[in-house]
Design a binder for this molecule. Structure first.
Ligand SMILES: NC(=O)c1ccc[n+]([C@@H]2O[C@H](COP(=O)([O-])OP(=O)(O)OC[C@H]3O[C@@H](n4cnc5c(N)ncnc54)[C@H](OP(=O)(O)O)[C@@H]3O)[C@@H](O)[C@H]2O)c1
Length: 335
């Protein structure tokens, strides 16, 4: 039996990841705040033949996350995989943000990931086995306007994870660590995140469905490597930041402002999930199915990079051998 813990398990990417893992032989511990959504997710897990444990916990509370890990091991045995996917964000220009909003986004999106990692590490390290998966974002490397608190939190996850990776290497630990950087995904986030913008938020296109992302996170958990960059849009954003950050600032100042809003006016009365969970079961997908892709050769290539590099190496070696043989034959013919 394999024990997998998922934070942010009740909706969006986390919910899709839970569905992807839910197979006979898998025990899933589901962490989020809203009990109703968690119970629905657990029902799906059990229907798929796996076992489920519902853990209504706020990841900003380090002691509660550690307690959730202890309860998981008491019920299911040693944790094999821990996936940090919980998040909150606020859509607003910096000048309209409050200190309390920065603190809350940081406590959930960054520290929630740290708390999950600590709870997993303290159990995995003495056993010298287990895998921690950070659900990252291209925005960890390349910040965009209107999401400063979230971009900073995702960037902090990379800084934290890089330090930990060095320490695991130093200690010759067999605990594995991987970060899966996502492109824009069609999730409920855009209908329940706090927003001060005049129009309804949307993921910055191109948009992908969460099931495609869940496949990649599942793959990463079993084939952990330093980082996965999912899709050409994520790779382009990360590389643009490394090569020409000033040009990227100017491009994003325009494209990523209106690009994060639809034409629909915002509903100022809708509840948001910054401090408390919103009621209802929103599932994995958001409202962008008409524009979101369910397949991506670039995401597939990122998952199977080793296979592709191996094939490319074989093609190169084969071509070199063919050229060498042809030249040798022509030299023999001249003689
Ligand atoms: N969607 C995108 O475009 C996109 C792009 C790049 C990366 N990502 C990454 O993908 C992951 C999931 O994002 P998403 O779009 O799926 O978000 P989402 O649809 O808003 O779902 C967030 C999940 O986190 C849970 N959550 C929120 N606050 C929590 C807290 N304080 N404690 C515990 N659980 C909490 C929510 O359930 P409750 O409210 O019931 O707690 C829900 O299960 C995040 O790591 C995000 O950075 C998303």
């Amino acid at each position: 039996m394999t024990t997998v813990v998922v934070t942010g398990a009740s909706a969006g990417v986390g919910r899709a990841v839970v569905r992807r893992f839910a197979r006979p032989g898998i025990r899933l511990a589901l962490i989020a705040r809203g009990r109703e959504r968690l119970e629905r997710a657990a029902g799906e897990v059990r229907a798929a033949g796996a076992e489920a444990l519902v853990l209504p916990v706020d990841v900003a509370d380090a002691a509660a996350v550690d307690d959730a890990a202890a309860r998981t091991e008491a019920a299911f045995g040693p944790i094999d995989v821990w996936i940090n996917a919980a998040m909150v964000t606020v859509f607003a220009p910096v000048a309209e943000m409050t200190a309390g909003e920065y603190r809350r986004v940081t406590e959930v999106t960054y520290l929630g990931c740290v708390h999950g990692t600590l709870a997993a590490l303290q159990r995995m390290k003495p056993r010298d086995r287990g895998t921690i998966v950070q659900v990252g974002s291209a925005l960890a490397y390349r910040s965009i306007p209107l999401q400063s608190a979230y971009c900073a939190a995702k960037s902090a996850i990379v800084g934290f994870t890089d330090s930990l990776r060095c320490e695991l290497i130093h200690d010759r630990s067999d605990v594995r660590l991987t970060v899966v950087h996502l492109p824009a995904v069609d999730t409920p986030q855009f209908d329940w995140a706090r927003s001060k913008m005049p129009r309804r938020p949307q993921p910055l296109p191109p948009i992908f469905e969460p099931e495609l992302i869940a496949d990649a996170v599942h793959h990463a958990a079993w084939h952990p490597r330093r980082e996965y960059w999912l899709g050409w849009s994520a790779a382009k954003a990360i590389l643009a930041q490394k090569v020409a950050p000033g040009i990227a600032d100017h491009l994003l100042a325009h494209r990523a402002w209106d690009g994060q809003m639809t034409d629909e006016p915002r509903n100022a009365d809708r509840p948001d999930n910054l401090f408390e969970p919103v009621a209802g079961d929103q599932g994995a997908r958001g409202r962008f199915a008409d524009r979101a892709s369910t397949t991506s050769p670039a995401i597939w290539s990122s998952e199977h990079r080793t296979l592709l590099l191996g094939l490319a190496g074989m093609v190169l070696a084969g071509t070199a051998l063919a050229v060498f043989t042809a030249r040798a034959a022509s030299r023999r013919a001249i003689r």
